[in-house]
Design a protein around this ligand. Structure first.
Ligand code: TXA
Ligand code: MG
Length: 381
């Protein structure tokens, strides 16, 4: 009973911050903040991180993060606890500057491998995460790395994220700020929905612009690997990375997502709303495939509430009233994906969500990675 009380002991405050009022100038580690409330709220959040083991929700350009000091075992444990995340899944460390990465996380004589230089130049701050070695005596909590000999790090582009890290002067370990297994949050209200009562503060800085998580790469192995597709596409990675990255290997789909097709219900859940997600791949305007699916699964549209998330080709379907447009471009579909999955689940309270798949090029690779994991059933023509 006691531990239950302790876990639920917060009255979560959602504090408004205005990203456009935060200015980082070159060579300055601390931002200039024009709006008084934004300045105050960032200081409240930074103080919470510095003086307690609590963790807070904050916006990044990809999705909202749940941040705690990457240097403190207790803070990192609070992250796993609030999210109910399995402890063997390592976290990304977020820094506000290269200077902070070097001074707080790396030995003074360590140089970031050449293979990352162009990528860092082009994509930081931004949605790219790289792996670096954990050296003996590293100050990074072992709970961040799940005891691996590498750690993942990125410099987020979102002014609120960078300001929070710079003002607290703490590298922040931060997974997405959703309850484990749920779709990632792209708005403060999503974080409130999942974690209200479990954390003291959410900084509300509006919607995340990218909408899917960062791309995770490992340049420490040869050939280099893409571990998770995300906000930077493979095409961009190859274009900017040049020769070093032209043979980048794309990590095989995890066993979980392959199994999603063959044995629904058996996979490790990820990005999953309460409603069942059915993914349609290569199904034209969708009419025939949806009709067949409804028939063969004995779905009665008068009794079962269904949502349709369409993007490039799908048409409306007679009898399905909850219809949302993900958008036509990869950028729009990425931005809207988690938001609309949550909306039809949490607000429209549908039982089933039909989603139109997209081609696995450019942004499509990350979109389909998330959808394959969210889906309990895949229809492919
Ligand atoms: O965009 C993002 O990356 C968001 C925002 C909040 O920054 N964060 C995020 O964190 O997505 P999370 O914890 O949900 O995803 C971390 C990913 C996982 O796929 C994890 O397996 C991988 O990074 N990862 C972290 N450390 C790793 C390591 N040492 N080796 C291999 N993979 C690692
Ligand atoms: Mg996540």
């Amino acid at each position: 009973m006691k531990s239950l009380q302790r876990a639920m002991s917060f009255t979560t405050r959602s504090l408004k911050v205005r990203p456009e009022s935060i200015v980082f100038s070159k060579d300055q580690l601390l931002p200039h903040i024009i709006d008084k409330d934004t300045d105050e709220n960032l200081k409240i959040a930074a103080k919470e991180l510095q003086t307690t083991n609590n963790v807070i929700g904050f916006p990044t350009e990809t999705v909202y993060g749940l941040g705690g000091s990457a240097l403190s075992d207790e803070s990192v444990k609070s992250i796993y606890k609030a999210k109910n995340r399995p402890a063997d899944n390592p976290l990304i460390v977020h820094v506000s500057s290269l200077a902070q990465l070097q001074s707080k996380l790396l030995p003074s004589d360590y140089q970031i491998p050449q293979i990352y230089h162009r990528l860092i130049n082009e994509f930081w701050p931004g949605p790219l995460t790289i792996l670096l070695p954990v050296r003996k005596g590293s100050p990074i909590s072992k709970y961040v790395t799940a005891n691996q000999d590498t750690f993942a790090v990125r410099m987020p582009q979102h002014p609120v994220a960078r300001a929070l890290i710079a003002i607290s002067d703490l590298p922040l370990a931060a997974p997405s700020a959703n309850s484990s297994t749920k779709p990632s949050p792209t708005m403060a209200q999503h974080v409130m929905h999942d974690l209200s009562g479990k954390i003291p503060i959410v900084l509300d800085g509006g919607s995340s612009n990218v909408g899917v998580e960062s791309t995770v790469v490992n340049g420490l192995c040869s050939p280099p690997m893409l571990l998770r597709p995300g906000g930077i596409s493979v095409e961009e990675l190859k274009r900017v990375g040049g020769k070093d990255w032209e043979n980048v290997q794309i990590a095989k789909r995890t066993a979980e997502s392959n199994e999603a097709v063959k044995t629904p219900g058996m996979k490790y859940k990820h990005y999953s709303p309460n409603a069942k997600v059915i993914l349609f791949i290569n199904c034209g305007d969708g009419k025939e495939s949806i009709s067949e699916y409804i028939k063969s699964n004995n779905i009665d549209l008068d009794k079962t509430k269904v949502a349709l998330l369409k993007s490039k080709q799908f048409k409306d379907y007679n009898g399905i009233e909850v219809v949302k447009d993900l958008g036509k471009s990869g950028e729009d579909i990425s931005r809207n994906l988690f938001k609309l999955l949550r909306q039809v689940d949490e607000e429209d309270k549908v039982d089933i969500i039909f989603v139109e798949g997209v081609e696995e090029t450019n942004e499509g690779l990350a979109i389909m990675n998330r959808l394959n994991k969210a889906a309990v059933d895949v229809v492919e023509k």
